[in-house]
Structures are given as C-alpha cells and as structure tokens.
Write a new protein. Structure first.
Ligand code: G6P
Length: 467
C-alpha cells in the first residue's frame, strides 16, 4: 500500500491545546486519521546541534510521526525571521510589517533543504510514497527533494492567502520562489481568489507559462487547484455535545447569569482583527443600553509566536484596550469582556461555542479559518448561534448563511453584533441549516482525498510523459 508522507513545520503536540496550533494541525490531523500516513515536522524543540538528532518516531491517535529539532539559529532565521517576519505578513497583505534580510532568506533555504533531507530518508525502500508538503514555512522543500533525485509525486498546499502581484512582487527573489514551487506536481490553495492571484504572480514574474490552471515550466506541467480545508463535522458535533456537559461549561453558563454570550477563539495574531473586534464590542455597549449589564464577550486568545516583536506589541495593545473597555463599562457584578490567553482543549472550546449566541470570527485576512466551521458544527440545531464572519476570511467564499461583515468597519460590526444578538430563532435556524449543508458536503476527508487524488494523477501524467 502506498505511503502518504505529510510534511509541515508544526505538528500537533498531544499535550497542546488546538487554539494556539492553528488550523493546519487540526485539519491535517483529521485528514490523516483515516489514511496510513506518516507526518514529519519540527518537534518544537531547540538544540545545539540539530544535525546529530535522528528523527524521533511515535504514534498519536493512529498517526505515525517522525519529528526533529531545530537549532536556535535555524529557529531565529527560518521560523521567526523569514517565515514569520517576511512571508506571514506579506501573504496577509501586511507589506508594512515585512522585515527582510539576506541572512533570514539563507536560513529559510537551509532549513527547507534540511527538511527535504529528512523526508528523503523516510521514503520506504520500495519507493512507493506520495509526499504532501504544507504551508508557507516549506515552500522550497519540494525543490530540494527534486535536487536529491526524488521523483515521487510531491504536492504542496498553502494554508494562508496569496497576495496579488503588487504585494507579492515586494518579496525579494520572488522569481526564485516561483521556480521552487514549480518542483511540485500539484499546488493547492484555499480559495479561487488565492489561485487567481497565484497564477497571475506566475505570469507577471515571467518565470513560467500559465495555460488555464496549469503552470508550464521547463517542460514540466504543474497542476493547480482550489481545495478548501474543512473539519470533521461529526467529531466536532460530538465534542461540542460532550463539552457542553463538562463542569467548565456549566460554570461558564452559571457565570453568565442568563445573559447572552459572544465568543471568539483565535491565536493571538494581528491578522485576526482582535483590536478592531474589541473596539466594535465597546461600540455595541455604547450604542445599546439594553445590552448593558447583560451581554458577555469571551475572547480566548492563546499566545502565539512570542519571539516575534509584532506579536508582543499586539499583546500589549490588546491588554490596554481590554482594560479600557472593562474599566469603562464593568459594574461590581458584571464584567463585559473576558479576555484570556489560556488555551483549552477542543472539547471545552466546542462546548463553549455551543452555549454562545454569537460566534465572532473577524480576521483582517485569513486563508480559511477553521474556527468559523467549528462554530457551525458545534451548534445545537434547535437553538443555534449566529456566525458573524469577516468577508476577508477564506471561509466567507464558502459559508453561505453567515452574517458577513467588513472587519475594518468597527461601527458596522457593532450594528451587526446587535442584530445577531436580536435575531429570531427562525432566522437563526434557517441560516444554520444553510451553513451546515456547506460544511457537511465538503468535509475534511473530502479535502484530503481530493488533494491526494489530484496529486497522484498529476504525477502519473508526468511519468507517462517521460518527464
Ligand atoms: C497558521 C499557519 C500554520 C501554523 C499555525 C500556528 O494556522 O497556517 O502553518 O502552524 O498558524 O502557528 P505556529 O507559528 O505556532 O506554527
């Protein structure tokens, strides 16, 4: 049986909450649970000499893992530096935040090559393996695998958005990035917009030719497509039902004193729009006296990428605005905004989501946003909450039934929050049914299967062509 080797920088750690791990870990774990898969990646540890460490193998929830450490310097240049101070802001359209240096660039290439070496060492002896590389930290890994004469099917999926040409071309050596991507057989994106931007970037860079959805580079044909990541809907619903019965959920419910709950669950990241979200909540309290003393907004925001300065400064700003809102509106027995940096297991989070009247998911830019889909799956069909979703999230291209808002328009968000809190049961049910139909049709298993099928087909066509 063919082996599927998944490669990503972050792998889910058994003792970590999902909130800080992001959508990749949750989505890929769900997709791999039904396949005979091997997942390779960084083990989250830093050592003096990473080259001395053979990958450590273990099994978690039926999936095989092979993980390895990075050195302090690799972490600084590859992870903090190039991945999160160059690519992450640029791909989220924040060119003002890009801090490029040649040293970071070289560190990124070096670690991508090291990932490739580790992967090449795990290909089974009969050679029968499909390799699936994930996300912006590993854009060049496929290229290095090809230089090591690995001719297996190699695919790439980008979990984050693709910026348009005028933003993309800010990246020094963007032509080289496109060249490296041309080593893959299949490249997948979250949305049609991302795919369109990618094809335009390829064309404008002059590196390769675009024919429909195919990129032609040096006689190689690279197949591209849209594969919106999703969740395991049944598992999420079961978790929510169980989570709602937990003592934490009960304590949360008691503490609300019968008032409605608004919930947000995000990594603490500037792309998530938390600052404007807090301002919108403040505006809601200012506008509507009926909400005063009654509504509670719970924002769970586990810390993320603490070594990156932008994240540290965002944390300070959020603490300030949260303190301001509570100082301004709290009474001796009511605190409107509960802002916490603790992460919780998924069952607890889903249980909290099920109790809430509004799910607030308002990123300024997001590849997909699986919290939006989890929120829908967690709801009680007889009394569902309302999803207030940013029109800048990839999920907005799919989730017909959500209330869509512009996350830059604080006043609009405040009005929409008010409307969501007042929405009739009939409308809530009607919207939820539409949303549920979408996530049930395209669930996580379909995502994984359709990508791997497209990848194997594309590689088979390459071999048939004698390439
Ligand atoms: C997003 C990215 C992932 C990343 C995750 C958590 O979901 O798409 O690639 O793993 O955030 O970020 P971190 O830097 O902690 O891995």
């Amino acid at each position: 049986m063919k082996q599927l080797i998944v490669v990503s920088n972050r792998v889910p750690s058994p003792d970590k909450d999902s909130g800080s791990q992001g959508g990749l870990a949750v989505g890929v774990m769900n997709a791999l649970s039904r396949t005979r898969g091997l997942w390779m990646g960084w083990n989250g540890q830093l050592v003096d000499d990473a080259e001395q460490h053979a990958p450590e193998s273990y099994e978690n929830e039926g999936v095989q893992f092979a993980t390895f450490p990075l050195t302090e310097q690799e972490h600084e240049l590859f992870y903090v530096g190039y991945s999160n101070e160059v690519l992450w802001p640029l791909f989220h359209y924040r060119s003002d935040m890009v801090e490029y240096s040649r040293e970071k660039d070289a560190g990124y290439q070096y670690v991508n090559e090291r990932f490739a070496r580790q992967v090449a060492g795990q290909i089974p002896e009969d050679g029968d393996a499909t390799i699936w590389v994930h996300d912006y930290q590993l854009l060049s890994t496929g290229h290095y695998l090809r230089t090591m004469n690995v001719e297996n099917p190699i695919g790439f999926f980008l979990h984050i958005p693709v910026p348009p040409w005028e933003v993309f071309r800010i990246l020094p050596h963007h032509e080289r990035m496109i060249e490296h991507l041309c080593a893959y057989d299949t490249i997948g994106f979250q949305t049609a917009t991302d795919l369109r931007h990618f094809l335009e970037n390829v064309e404008r860079s002059g590196v390769a030719i675009v024919e429909g959805n195919t990129v032609i580079y040096d006689h190689r044909r690279i197949n591209t497509g849209v594969f919106p990541i999703s969740i395991d809907v049944d598992t999420a619903r079961e978790m929510a039902e169980k989570g709602e019965q937990s003592s934490r959920s009960k304590r949360l419910k008691d503490s609300l004193q019968g008032g409605p709950l608004i919930i947000g669950v995000d990594r603490l990241d500037y792309s998530k729009g938390l600052y404007k979200r807090f301002q919108a909540f403040e505006q809601l309290l200012e506008n509507t006296h009926t909400r005063y003393g009654n509504v509670t907004y719970l924002q769970i925001a586990p810390l993320s990428r603490t070594g990156v300065e932008r994240y540290a400064s965002l944390r300070r700003e959020l603490e300030r605005v949260a303190g301001h809102v509570n100082g301004r509106f709290s009474t001796y027995d009511w605190m409107p905004l509960r802002y916490l940096n603790t992460g919780y297991d998924r069952e607890t989070l889903m249980g909290f989501m099920r109790q809430s009247r509004v799910g607030l998911v308002t990123p300024l830019r997001d590849g997909m946003n699986l919290v939006a889909k989890e929120y829908v799956a967690a709801q009680d069909p007889e009394d569902p909450g309302v999803l207030l979703l940013s029109n800048m999230a990839g999920a907005a291209e799919e989730l017909d039934g959500a209330m869509l808002c512009n996350p830059f328009d604080v006043e609009e968000m405040a009005d929409m929050l008010d409307a969501a809190l007042s929405m009739s049961l009939e409308e809530r049910k009607e919207r939820w049914q539409r949303l549920h139909r979408v996530i049930s049709t395209n669930d996580i298993h379909r995502w994984g299967e359709s990508f791997v099928t497209a990848l194997d087909q594309s590689a088979a066509a390459r071999h048939a062509d004698g390439q």
